[in-house]
Design a protein around this ligand. Structure first.
Ligand SMILES: [Zn+2]
Length: 184
């Protein structure tokens, strides 16, 4: 309290005069991304007609939110009718939609889930922890994997992975991280 009042008196203190105090560590990329995501989600709920209070938020709202984000996605997901269906590269333009890569959505849900709990939400009733969300994400993953020719990473068995397998899975990771969530 005292600190706050003294700071508001001398707003110039903000500069380089507080060496004696602990520099507030700048939030990590994860933390600031989490805050942005949480704000975006809150805004999304408020923009619903009628607005959805957080206490009424269910996994359905969360899944709708994920679908809504697809319009900002940069991952081409070919429809089954497309001639490039099953190809990671798109050699020519096609009208298939862009989506959020499932890896981005997966990471986003993790951040929102953490933010929800940090904001006082109970983990037991967290809409982000719902199994429906896990099912949805798995479906997106399978669907995108098929459309883009990315084979599923098999559960790690004792078989040594071949060179092709490792290079494919590396592509997968690259593409999902390069098309990270991008919305404002
Ligand atoms: Zn296509």
């Amino acid at each position: 309290m005292e600190e706050d009042s003294s700071r508001s008196q001398t707003s110039s203190l903000d500069g380089h005069h507080h060496h004696h105090r602990h520099e507030p560590t700048p939030p990590s990329r994860y933390e600031s991304q989490k805050r942005r995501d949480w704000n975006t989600f809150g805004q999304y709920l408020r923009n619903q007609r009628p607005p959805v209070p957080l206490s009424h938020c269910t996994f359905n709202h969360v899944i709708d939110f994920l679908r809504y984000l697809d319009q900002f996605g940069r991952t081409k997901v070919h429809l089954q009718s497309c001639m490039f269906y099953g190809q990671l590269e798109t050699p020519a333009p096609c009208p298939c939609p862009l989506q959020q890569a499932w890896g981005s959505l997966d990471a986003l849900i993790g951040r929102l889930r953490a933010a929800y709990e940090e904001n006082g939400g109970s983990p037991e009733t967290s809409p982000f922890a719902s199994s429906a969300i896990r099912v949805y994400l798995r479906e997106v993953k399978e669907c995108q994997g098929k459309a883009r020719g990315i084979p599923h990473k098999k559960k790690k068995k004792k078989t040594t992975s071949t060179a092709t397998e490792t290079s494919i899975s590396r592509d997968d990771e690259q593409s999902s991280s390069s098309s990270s969530t991008h919305f404002s």
